[in-house]
Design a protein around this ligand. Structure first.
Ligand SMILES: *Cc1c(COP(=O)(O)O)cnc(C)c1O
Length: 372
């Protein structure tokens, strides 16, 4: 029964389509028009896809501004893209990170008076220090100057001058829902606040913000998820993103079950009839979420084998996942691929009750990465 295919490895493969990332970048560029710069959010290792490879690809598509969360991430991106790009560090300057920031010519985003003072002091004695950006909180109450600190900052012209900022930004809380009135509340607050600072290029929109219309684009947009094949808004059709990632797991064993046989840890699945199953070599250590497991006949996850969708049965384990392949016309050979994600990325995340962001981030490094 276990018919072996061609030479194969038991290691799963993560296919990352850099061409699709570039196409997604260009699509956003077309959407916002030539007067608006399209930066790229490549924090968290470009949402798990590999910041250096991804940043270099985006640079090739014309991207010259990158956003990371930490200085360490910025260092990697700098190595990848060379000197002719701006790299902003969203979480701001921390005393321990200053040498990294200067060493890799990163631009810190200043989120508070405390960070303003850290940066102001740090660059006092530095020849031609990097520029920075000012982040004004307009209602997400996460990072960024809160209203009272912003008041003080507006009055302190010396501090403003000392920081040498070349960008002013804010961040939207509810952009996926075009009808949420909070978007306009934040838009107005941003316009009002930015007008109180010296005139600099402005940005407000993440991927979802791009779809809120021209008034949200300002001088720059900062998409992340949309570049990586994820939908950002409640009306995904308008986004038309190309899929970017496929997790390929090799079939390791084919088995037949009799009605009543149980599958996997905790026997979450019991065969209701005779069936054929495939055990494939990828599990939650590779980013197939445990929440894709099925409890009984309620399926929360699927793979594609021979172009057909087949359900995950039982609990996903660390290195293995079991698929019901009873409905396939042909029994796969050992070493044939089962594909996870691919063009079903959005649905797979939803079925597993995960944010599409989370689903991307959980892809680990055990799978062999193949970039094309
Ligand atoms: C992560 C992030 C983005 C990108 O968000 P997406 O929803 O992935 O497009 C933009 N701006 C800031 C401040 C962020 O933290």
């Amino acid at each position: 029964m276990n018919n072996q295919g061609p030479i194969f490895s038991a290691r799963p493969v993560l296919r990352i389509d850099l061409g699709a990332i570039k196409d997604n970048y260009r699509a956003i560029k077309d959407k916002v028009g030539s007067k608006v710069q399209v930066a790229a959010s490549v924090k968290a290792d470009a949402y798990g896809l590999g910041a250096e490879r991804v940043s270099r690809a985006l640079y090739g598509a014309g991207c010259r501004v990158f956003f990371v969360a930490t200085a360490g991430e910025g260092k990697g991106v700098r190595t990848a893209v060379g000197d002719n790009a701006s790299i902003y560090v969203l979480n701001g300057p921390a005393p321990r990170d200053l040498s990294l920031i200067f060493g890799s010519d990163l631009k810190p985003v200043i989120n508070s008076l405390t960070q303003a003072r850290i940066w102001g002091d740090a660059i006092k004695s530095v020849n031609s220090p990097p520029f920075s950006a000012i982040h004004i909180d307009t209602g997400i109450n996460r990072l960024g100057f809160p209203a009272d600190e912003f008041e003080k900052f507006c009055k302190n012209k010396n501090l403003q001058e000392a920081l040498m900022f070349d960008h002013v930004m804010s961040h939207l809380a509810c952009a996926p829902d075009k009808d949420d009135p909070y978007n306009e509340v934040q838009l107005k607050a941003f316009q009002r606040s930015a007008a109180r600072l010296p005139l600099k290029p402005l940005s407000l929109a993440n991927t979802a913000g791009v779809y809120l219309g021209k008034s949200y684009h300002f001088n720059m947009v900062r998409p992340g998820i949309g570049l990586y094949g994820g939908c950002a808004t409640n009306t995904p059709k308008q986004e038309n993103v190309k899929p970017v990632v496929s997790l390929m797991a090799p079939v390791l064993q084919i088995r037949t079950l009799k009605a009543g046989d149980r599958v996997g840890y905790n026997s979450l699945f019991t065969a209701g009839k005779d069936m054929t199953i495939a055990v494939v070599g990828a599990g939650y250590a590779d980013g197939i979420p445990v929440s894709s497991s099925s409890e009984g006949e309620t399926f929360s996850g699927f793979a594609t084998v021979q172009s057909r969708r087949v359900p995950i049965i039982g609990r996903v384990s660390m290195d293995l996942t079991v698929l019901d392949i009873s409905e396939l016309n042909k029994v796969p050979r050992i070493g044939d691929w089962a594909e996870f994600l691919g063009s079903n990325f959005e649905k797979d995340a939803k079925d597993a009750s995960l944010l599409n962001y989370e689903r991307l981030i959980s892809l680990s490094t055990r799978a062999k990465r193949e970039y094309k």
